[in-house]
Design a protein around this ligand. Sequence first.
Ligand code: HEM
Length: 471
Amino acid sequence: MNSSVTTEHEKKAILRGSGADARTFRFPPGLKYNLPFYVFTKFRPADPIGLFQYLTQRYGDIVHYKIGRQHILFLNDPAYMREVLVVQNDNFTKERTVRRTKLLLGEGMITAEGTSHRTQRQVAQPAFHRQRIPQYAQTIVDESLRLQDSWREGQPVDVGREMVHLTLRIVAQTLFNIQLGPEVQDLANAINRIMGLYNYLVTLPAVETLIRLRVPGLARFTKAKRTVDAIVYHMIEEHRLSGTKSGDLLDMMLESTENQEDPCERSRATDALRDQVITIFLAGYETVANALTWTWYLLAQHPEIERKMLQEIGTVLGTHHPTWDDLPRLRYTEMVFAESMRLYPPAWAMGRQAQNDFVLGPYRFPAGTTVLMSQFVTHRDARRFAEPTRFNPERFAPSGRLTFPKFSYFPFGAGFRQCIGESFAWMEGVLVLATIAQKWKFKIAPGQRVQPQALITLRPKYGMRMTVEKR
Ligand code: HEM
């Protein structure tokens, strides 16, 4: 890291703050103008990745800009990211950066802070324990088989939609012991509608008030959220009424909120439970579904890599379906999944907000500064990944992994808020790929446009229509 301040860009940047800021703080290079000016003249508001790429190409690995009076930093340097996510993590919360996500998720584990976050993480942890994960493998394989049995030779399918249905069912059964029926479609549709509005929810000022005032356009959000809530409350109620305890995650969550005698407290507890359940649901299905969709797309474009993966699957499994025990030998399949998440990381950006003034390298920033990082941008940095846009699973061969530093590949985040479902996701990804690839291959439908869209997760903007063919 260069600690001396030398360039003209940097000298101007340091003086760019206003009032007291200019005397006390040292800012790195960045935009001279307030961001909205740039966003609206140069970028569409719906293209945050384009903006981040522009910033880092023009100004470097640590970039400063402002929106109104708000200081914002964009980081593309693994050493600085480590500082924020691990070394100085006590000073950073997710507060401002998840404010709009709370419209859907309320105060679940992803959006909660402090004691509430710690308690939720403790309650959920046993469900993600290393000893627990193998029990989920059979359900993952069974559900993958069930899905593929519904396909017919040459049938066109939207792979994104198929993967969403699959991962929704998997998360419902493994973590909540619930068999989702036709409501799977309603739930996926409602969440899709909310996702479609997400960038507007993020950019509109005072959106919470606009939603309360039922401003036209946002009524769609309210309606979709009502559908999601109704399904989740129904699931909670059914679980309560069934009275059976299988030790699943919903049991653990219910136990932690159940001892309320007072009806008001009980209702509050149910609301809290709703937030926790929908958070695990969304985090657990949407990310994996996207990762799998992008992987099928990449495999369809790279037949030589697909062949190599199939060869491994054939050697390891023969004609058997995969099990937990096969996972250590499905190495190449795992490398394919890893490389797919490098190019198309489902969680494409993360943010933090500083509680107190802080220092990064030669710079000093005020409390309240928002710090942004983007997996999409960092994973495609040519200094760390040769030919960064090439789909090359070999990068993740055991020897290859050593050539890029930690925090240059972070699809699951890092530090104490690292993804709780990471082991689950690796297992699910590899088992679904191996099960389906044994029998089917996907071909991209003619005329299918492919472009990533940065919503809460990274989705294919125009869907992913493919035809299924038997092997
Ligand atoms: C490919 C799949 C997945 C990806 C790429 C992914 C990515 C991430 C990332 C980047 C974070 C950290 C966000 C931040 O620090 O701001 C996170 C947190 C989280 N993830 Fe995942 N995730 C995946 C799968 C899952 C699964 C399967 C589950 C649960 C079943 C899950 C549940 C969560 C939860 C609850 C958090 C919040 C943890 C906390 O704040 O303590 N994720 N995930």
